[in-house]
Design a protein around this ligand. Structure first.
Ligand code: ADP
Ligand code: MG
Length: 386
């Protein structure tokens, strides 16, 4: 982290020929439990991770926005007077999109100076750890401070979401930005996706001697986008037939009636959402009352529900989960939208290397590419670094 911070300052000086006004950072995130519940207006429980994007930013005395990244050779420029979603594309749509979206939420972009921005990051891209929210949130807290906007974190999360939906064009929910902006050390962010109320829930992993292992299968599936749209459509159909605004309004006790009025596939998809919402609530209560060693069964049940009811797992994810469970994990589940990506496992510190070795062996035995396995710690949300 120190390296990222000082590195981005040096890079800024090299690229822009002066010192930045400051360095800000924001983390990626992983979802502990609550999958596909966000667009059903239910509950999610992500946490910010110890992988961050850093942004060195300096105000200019004209109206230009200029942004560079260690990820890209180009420096992208646009004037604040011409800033619209249609002129943004590629990676720079994330940092420049949040500048535009701040205006949509009431910032007076006529009255602010241009800025130079340089980005660096150690959040893996496309591994399901939301490098996109990290970049948005780092730039958001920087601009909020430099432009003296005084937006609260909850509003900034909505601004980030708007940038991603409109300027980037990705139809994502508010979970990622909320985790990146609101995260706390060794704690998760319990988010109600209807009211957007959030609570910090201590994880107590350090004290319990537990680690969270990310198992990135490296699998990406062409039908991930179609599969996501199809699941969303099923959820909307289920809510319509059941006469509710969103599946959030259906309880586990309502499932018997749901079975009678829904076709089998829609019913099972509805059942995943309804039971998953309940598992998030149960996880929060269990963490508070008993601590992290008691949440393993909820993680395991979440995976089974995604595999069998929602049907969004793949063999590599199932193997990752089963191997972790068989080698000392307290609980494990696939995380993220499905059809590839990563699994997470809750593992006692002294069993981490055993799980790692077992995963390598099991993936080789199945002729699957070796997964990328690493631990993450729950960390502070976006902040000023220097
Ligand atoms: P995820 O959020 O799961 O990592 P996304 O596709 O949502 O994947 O976002 C990844 C995109 O975000 C990258 O393709 C790139 O355009 C942009 N991005 C992320 N981090 C950086 C960075 N440090 N510099 C430039 N662009 C970045
Ligand atoms: Mg993303």
């Amino acid at each position: 982290m120190t390296d990222l911070r000082t590195g981005v300052r040096d890079d800024f000086a090299e690229v822009f020929g002066r010192e930045p006004d400051g360095v800000w950072s924001a983390p990626g995130r992983v979802n502990l439990i609550g999958e596909h519940t966000d667009y059903n207006l239910g509950f999610v429980l992500p946490f910010a991770i110890n992988r961050r994007t850093v942004a060195a930013v300096g105000a200019r005395d004209d109206r230009m926005l200029r942004v560079g990244s260690t990820f890209a050779d180009e420096l992208v420029e646009v004037s604040l007077d011409e800033l619209r979603p249609e002129v943004l594309s590629g990676w720079s749509a994330y940092p420049l999109g949040v500048a535009w979206a701040l205006g949509e939420f009431g910032a007076d972009l006529q009255a602010v100076p241009g800025v130079d921005i340089l980005l660096d990051s150690n959040v893996p891209v496309g591994a399901g750890l939301s490098s996109s929210a990290a970049i948005e949130s780092a730039v958001l807290v920087a601009l909020d401070e430099l432009w003296r906007l005084g937006f609260d974190r909850r509003t900034l999360a909505r601004v980030g979401q708007r940038a991603e939906n409109v300027a980037v064009g990705a139809p994502t929910g508010i979970m990622d930005q909320s985790a990146s902006l609101l995260g706390r050390r060794d704690a998760a962010v319990f988010l109600d996706c209807r009211s957007l109320e959030s609570q910090i829930v201590p994880l107590g992993l350090e004290e319990a001697g537990l680690e969270i292992l990310i198992i990135d299968t490296g699998v990406t599936h062409a039908h991930a986008t179609g599969g996501y749209a199809d699941r969303r459509a099923s959820c909307e159909e289920g809510a319509r037939v059941l006469g509710v605004e969103a599946l959030r309004d259906v309880s586990v006790a309502d499932l018997d009636r749901a079975r009678e009025v829904l076709d089998d596939v829609t019913f099972r998809r509805v059942r995943h959402i309804v039971t998953e919402d309940q598992r998030v609530l149960d996880t929060v209560r269990t963490l508070r009352e008993q601590g992290p060693r008691a949440i393993g069964e909820l993680l395991d049940a979440s995976h089974v529900s995604m595999r069998d009811d929602f049907e969004i797992s793949v063999p590599e994810l199932d193997l990752a989960v089963e191997t972790a469970q068989a080698n000392g994990a307290i609980g494990a589940r696939m995380t993220g939208g499905g059809f590839g990506g990563s699994a997470i496992a809750l593992v006692p510190s002294d069993a981490v290397s055993r799980v790692q070795v077992a995963l390598d062996g099991a993936f080789a035995e199945h002729a699957f590419a070796a997964p990328d396995v690493f631990t993450v710690a729950a960390s502070e949300g976006a902040r000023r670094e220097s």
